[in-house]
Design a protein around this ligand. Structure first.
Ligand SMILES: [Zn+2]
Length: 131
């Protein structure tokens, strides 16, 4: 079941979606980094018990920042692919990724079949490294 190539209108919709996501993530990251900074100042005056909490909070904040940063990178790459006219093509097999999948994951770089294959391969790899 091959997905359809994107129409101009669909490509414009997805471009708009990516730009909005980009702005939102940039803003969220700015807020997260700002919050992180003020927490660190408070933590210097805290007791041992508070230190532990502050560490956990900082870890959580860091995880969140990392996740948002990763998504921001993916969104930037998707926007760059639109500029190069490569957007919506699977980077593994070159087939159309499809509008429905891109609406759900605008920064997707692989078609569903290749993504599933990739996930299976990395699951097997991580099971092997644990064994
Ligand atoms: Zn593919």
């Amino acid at each position: 079941m091959a997905a359809e190539q994107l129409s101009d209108q669909q490509q414009r919709d997805l471009h708009e979606l990516l730009l909005r996501r980009y702005r939102l993530l940039t803003q969220m990251l700015r807020n997260e980094l700002h919050t992180d900074g003020s927490d660190a100042v408070q933590a210097t005056a805290a007791s041992d018990a508070d230190w532990t909490t502050a560490d956990v909070d900082a870890d959580l904040a860091l995880t969140r920042v990392e996740r948002d940063q990763n998504e921001l990178n993916a969104v930037s790459r998707a926007l760059a692919r639109i500029d190069r006219d490569e957007y919506g093509k699977c980077e593994s097999c070159g087939a159309a990724i499809g509008y429905a999948r891109l609406l759900a994951h605008p920064s997707a770089t692989r078609c569903l079949a290749c993504q599933a294959q990739q996930e299976t391969a990395s699951k097997i790899a991580s099971q092997r490294s644990r064994a």
